[in-house]
Design a protein around this ligand. Structure first.
Ligand SMILES: NC(=O)c1ccc[n+]([C@@H]2O[C@H](COP(=O)([O-])OP(=O)(O)OC[C@H]3O[C@@H](n4cnc5c(N)ncnc54)[C@H](OP(=O)(O)O)[C@@H]3O)[C@@H](O)[C@H]2O)c1
Length: 256
């Protein structure tokens, strides 16, 4: 790694991406914070920070961003969208939108950054998935499918990159009501209702809204990403947040 290493993080307008960018800046890294709309960045102006536009579903945007970014030591694929809805209410366009962002966006960004990591024989790709892949929850079939696909993608990729000195790791956050995730999912959720599931959907929404017990903070995720990037002995899957850590310790079903 260079003396002042560089991390590129996707989805830095809010939530985990924003706090991860802050943490890496605080710890002396150069940060390329990417956002769909750079105007909304609330990161502190410093010489270590560059803010670049990036939409992970747009091939030209990816190409431009990676070319402008220059050398990168770590890529954090954090950008993602949620969907809490019964499958019967989900149009294929909506399912594709979720997979385009969460899965294809991650694959495309990784593919765009990999050549320079492989040529240098160093670097790490960290993909942010979810603790819902540890234990299934209702109304999350499409979202969970997208995150489980990224788990499998990353675990296979890690094997093929190891001979080149490049690492790939996963961070699995638990439920984090304090980010903009729920608000950002609302557009997709509102168009994905189904009358046969209306009562059940309201029940599940209520359970989630009133849920007690531990949750995940954005800083938990930032620390887990830090560990994934800086600790070569970190495990393949790093749960982030008290609830995710508890789930990861639940036994055989938890590791499926
Ligand atoms: N919050 C949770 O409960 C939770 C739990 C487990 C895992 N996760 C995962 O953690 C990651 C971050 O979520 P968060 O909770 O921090 O939610 P968030 O506050 O909504 O942040 C998501 C970020 O992704 C960006 N994004 C969405 N679509 C994009 C696209 N096409 N191109 C580039 N950026 C895009 C958003 O940008 P805009 O502002 O432009 O929309 C935003 O910056 C996601 O991958 C999510 O699936 C979240």
């Amino acid at each position: 790694m260079s003396s002042t290493p560089t991390v590129l993080i996707t989805g830095c307008s809010s939530g985990f991406g924003l706090d991860t960018a802050r943490l890496f800046l605080d710890r002396g890294w150069r940060v390329i914070a990417t956002l769909r709309n750079p105007q909304v960045s609330v990161l502190p102006a410093t010489d270590l920070l560059r803010v670049l536009p990036l939409d992970v579903t747009d091939a030209h945007s990816i190409q431009r961003c990676v070319a402008e970014a220059g050398p990168i030591d770590a890529l954090v694929n954090n950008a993602g969208i949620g969907l809490l809805a019964p499958l019967e209410g989900v149009s294929m366009a909506t399912a594709r939108e979720v997979f385009d962002t969460n899965v294809m966006g991650t694959i495309a960004m990784t593919q765009a950054v990999l050549p320079q990591l492989r040529e240098r024989g160093a670097g790490v790709v960290v993909n942010v998935t979810s603790s819902v892949t540890l234990k299934p929850l209702p109304l999350l079939s499409v979202y969970t499918g997208s995150k489980a696909a990224v788990n499998a993608f990353t675990e296979s990729l890690a094997l093929e990159l190891a001979p080149f000195g490049v690492r790939a790791r996963l961070v699995l956050p638990g439920r984090a009501p304090s980010t903009s995730f729920g608000a950002n999912a609302r557009r997709l959720v509102e168009r994905s209702g189904h009358p046969a599931y209306a009562d059940y959907t309201q029940h599940v929404f209520g359970v989630m809204r009133d849920g007690h017990g531990p949750v995940t903070q954005a800083l938990d995720v930032a620390e887990a990403v830090w560990r994934a990037v800086t600790d070569p002995t970190a495990p393949m899957r790093i749960p982030a947040g008290e609830d995710a850590v508890a789930l990861s310790q639940e036994g055989p079903n938890a590791s499926a």
